[in-house]
Every structure is written in structure tokens, then in C-alpha cells.
Design a binder for this molecule. Structure first.
Ligand code: ARG
Length: 459
């Protein structure tokens, strides 16, 4: 019992299984940099407030820098019996600088300490995700710019609907990822708020200056209620939700890449560096990267669900259950960071088969809406135009031809207002070019979207 920092009132040593069961250092050591930065800020604040002398704080800060160097140099010995990253670092600090190290924890509890460390960690990571999301928006915009005039069938219900440009289709994902980046910034404003000074739960009697700690750590502000400060894990929930939404978007794109890579579509050629083969079927080139990304989406959803479940029954204030917040986030971070980076790399090199996309425009009567709109232009009410067009589609389908392959006489038999100006209207490129309203698939609308995204990328 004597080796525990909290061991004063204990007579028996912790059971070995309990020690292993309750320790978190095996995973929360990931927070070492934030823990040390937080402790340095705390020590400096204690000196500024006269709780420590300037010399004491300087020796603590110096010792913490030595600990940091040991950790980053790989010589630091992590000890499970010291439970967590906080105790490991404080214990080594005291070994290095002597008794003054024991003054660091004045006016502080591990409850506000871990909240601070994890808020800084989550903030640092979601800022990294934001950068990766921006990079991906950049790649999507670049590829979209190359394909403002490449047409493919736009689908609803996974059925051919209306022709769109590939540029427009890719930009749909750019806008999703841009929202993700903005969501992360918004999340960061609430995550990067300083809980230090809340102490165990009730605040402290020392004359602390939480705002000074927040300022040193480049945080947006300080806690308003000490009980909330030590028990709030909204920032974990929000960041996991942001991660889950990013994965949802990536997974949808993966699904399209998987479908498009099937030779029945043949819209894309996977880059060799982002595909794998089969051990038995020599011809195979599989979209495993996209499949794994789609699959990993589930574990990020799992992390969000796990965290929601962890917090749902917790009374005020800190409860040890909250230690379960780290692993889901760390797992989510690995998945989200890698997925964003890999998707950017894969998209940069993805080959688009424009010929196969063009050929696909022949199936599914993608220009039926054009014919209906043409009839409206000839003075026919839309509902009636819809019905007449349906008859033309049925006739073409019966003959296994496209609408534009129907002879004028047959079209005129359906509606005598149809003239031979109809054929220009039925051209898919013309259908796309007519949709120039803001946000439409027309080339000028796509160019305007690209310009807006370029401005944002430069910010
Ligand atoms: N490892 C703990 C966690 O992650 C640190 C806080 C422990 N606090 C306590 N009172 N036992 O939550």
C-alpha cells in the first residue's frame, strides 16, 4: 500500500487483478504532452498567485521538461502500479527534482487534471482532422475541376434519373467534408475550455487564476461550474459524432467507388496502390481499401454509442466510469485520421472512364424529364406532359431504343406539338447545360461552386 500516492489510509496492497483492471496508463499515456503542458501552466499560475515561489515553479517546470524529454526519447519507464499518465509523470517529476515536485498538485485534483488533459488532446486531434478534411475537399475540388464536362447518370433510388456532370457529383462530397470541417471548428470552441481550478468537484480554497492557465494553453475560456467542469464529457461525445459523420460521408463515397469499379459499371479504374488481388482468381482487382473504410465506419459509430452509454447514468460529479472515454476516442482518432488521408490519396489517383460513363447515359431514359419540360414549353400542363412522356418511354422501351432514337412521326403520334427541335433538347449535354441555377449541375454553376470552395480553402 505504501507505494500508492493515495495510500495513506490503506493497509493492504491492491490485488494484482484489480491493479490491471483499473489502470489506464497503458492507453492514457497518449496524453503525456497535454498533461505536461497543463502541469507547467498550473505551476506557473501557482507562482503568479503566490502559492508557490517563483523558484519552486521554475524547478517544477524544468523537471517537467526533463520528464517530457525522457518520454520522447523512449527512456521513460511507465509503471502500471502508478495507475495513469498523471501519476506516472508526477512520480517521475518528484524523483528528478525532489520534494518540490510534491507541491505541483496543490489546488488540483486528477478530476480537473484529466478533464484538462483530455480536452487539450481532443482539441489537438480534431484540429488535425479538420486539416485532413480540408485536404480532402481540395482533392475533390481538383478532380471535379477536371471533370466539369464529363457526364454520367445521376441516380435516385440507385436508378438512372437525370444526367449530371462528374464534377458536380464529386463536389457533393466536397460540400459534405466542408461541413465536417466547420463542425469540427465549432466542436473545438466548446472542447478547448479550461476546467482547471474545479479541483475534485467543489473548487478550491487556494487563490487560483483559471483564466491565466487557459491563456497559457491557448484555450477559449474557463469553466463556469466546478461540478460540471469535472463531469462534462460533451466534448468527447461531440467529437465522436463529428468523427462518425465524417466516416458516414467517406463510407458513402466508398460505396460508390465499389459500385463504379464493378465492370458492369466500369466508371473507375482503381489505382494499383489502392487495390488488392485475389489469391485464387488471377483476374481480380478488389476495392478492399474502400471496403475496409466502409467497414471501419461501424467501429466509429460504436465508439459514439459506447460513450453515450457510458455517460447516461452518471450522477454528479466525476465517476471512474469516465475513464472509459479514452479508448473509444483513441480508436476513433486512428480510424478517422487514416481514412481521411487514404481517401485523399486514393481519389487523387483514381482513374475515371469517361467513355463508360457516356455509354451509360443511353440506358434508363435520363432525358425523359427534358421531353416533359419541352412539352410544357409547347403549352402543355406539366401533369399531362409527364403522362405523354411516359407513353413515349413505354414505346421506346418496347422497341429497345432510346427516346432520341424514336422517329419524329412516332413522337408526333403521341403529341402533335412535338417538332424536330426536340432532338437537340434530348441531348444529355444540353440537359446538363440548362441547369445553371445556383447549385445546379450546369458547367457555370459547377465553376461557381469551385470558386466558392477555393476561397474557403484559402482562408
Ligand atoms: N485515469 C483517470 C481517468 O481517466 C484519471 C482520473 C482519476 N481520478 C480519480 N479520482 N480516480 O478518468
Amino acid at each position: 500500500a505504501e507505494k500508492k500516492m493515495w495510500g495513506g489510509r490503506f493497509r493492504q496492497a491492491t490485488a494484482a487483478l484489480v491493479e490491471e483492471y483499473t489502470q489506464s496508463v497503458s492507453f492514457d499515456r497518449a496524453l503525456y504532452a497535454q498533461d505536461i503542458a497543463g502541469s507547467k501552466a498550473h505551476a506557473r499560475m501557482l507562482a503568479k498567485q503566490g502559492v508557490l515561489t517563483a523558484d519552486e515553479a521554475a524547478r517544477i517546470v524544468e523537471g517537467l521538461d526533463m520528464v517530457l524529454a525522457e518520454i520522447e526519447g523512449g527512456t521513460f519507464v511507465w509503471r502500471r502500479e502508478l495507475e495513469d499518465v498523471h501519476m506516472n509523470i508526477e512520480s517521475r517529476l518528484t524523483e528528478l527534482v525532489g520534494d518540490v515536485g510534491k507541491k505541483l498538485h496543490t489546488g488540483r485534483s486528477r478530476n480537473d487534471q484529466v478533464a484538462l488533459d483530455f480536452r487539450l488532446f481532443v482539441s489537438d486531434r480534431i484540429r488535425a482532422w479538420r486539416g485532413l478534411a480540408r485536404d480532402l475537399v481540395g482533392v475533390l475540388a481538383e478532380r471535379a475541376g477536371e471533370h466539369a464536362n464529363t457526364l454520367l447518370p445521376g441516380c435516385t433510388h440507385m436508378q438512372p434519373a437525370q444526367p449530371v456532370s462528374l464534377g458536380h457529383h464529386l463536389l457533393a462530397y466536397a460540400w459534405m467534408l466542408r461541413r465536417d470541417a466547420e463542425r469540427l471548428s465549432d466542436c473545438d470552441r466548446r472542447a478547448r475550455v479550461c476546467p482547471l481550478g474545479a479541483a475534485a468537484l467543489a473548487g478550491t480554497t487556494y487563490p487560483l487564476d483559471p483564466a491565466y492557465v487557459a491563456e497559457q494553453l491557448d484555450m477559449y475560456g474557463t469553466f463556469r461550474n466546478s461540478m460540471d467542469a469535472v463531469s462534462d464529457r460533451d466534448f468527447v461525445l461531440e467529437s465522436l459524432f463529428c468523427g462518425a459523420t465524417i466516416m458516414a460521408h467517406l463510407s458513402r463515397l466508398c460505396e460508390e467507388i465499389i459500385i463504379w469499379a464493378n465492370p458492369a459499371f466500369g466508371f473507375v479504374r482503381l489505382p494499383d496502390a489502392y487495390a488488392t488481388g485475389s489469391s485464387i482468381m488471377p483476374q481480380k482487382k478488389n476495392p478492399d481499401v474502400a471496403e475496409i473504410m466502409r467497414g471501419k465506419t461501424g467501429r466509429v459509430y460504436g465508439a459514439l454509442t459506447a460513450m453515450l452509454t457510458t455517460v447516461k447514468g452518471l450522477p454528479m460529479t466525476y465517476n471512474r466510469d469516465m475513464q472509459e472515454d479514452k479508448e473509444p476516442f483513441l480508436d476513433c482518432d486512428r480510424t478517422v485520421s487514416a481514412s481521411l488521408e487514404i481517401m485523399a490519396g486514393m481519389l487523387r489517383e483514381l482513374g475515371f472512364n469517361e467513355g463508360r460513363m457516356r455509354a451509360a447515359l443511353r440506358a434508363g431514359f435520363l432525358n425523359a424529364t427534358e421531353l416533359a419540360d419541352y412539352l410544357v414549353g409547347k403549352g402543355i400542363p406539366f401533369r399531362e406532359a409527364h403522362h405523354l412522356t411516359g407513353a413515349a418511354v413505354a414505346l421506346a422501351e418496347e422497341r429497345s431504343i432510346t427516346l432520341e432514337e424514336l422517329p419524329l412521326a412516332d413522337l408526333q403520334a403521341i403529341c402533335d406539338r412535338i417538332g424536330d427541335d426536340v432532338y437537340a433538347v434530348l441531348d444529355p449535354a444540353a440537359a446538363v447545360a440548362r441547369r445553371e441555377m445556383p447549385g445546379g449541375t450546369g458547367p457555370a454553376s459547377v465553376a461557381a461552386q469551385l470558386a466558392e470552395l477555393a476561397d474557403w480553402l484559402e482562408e
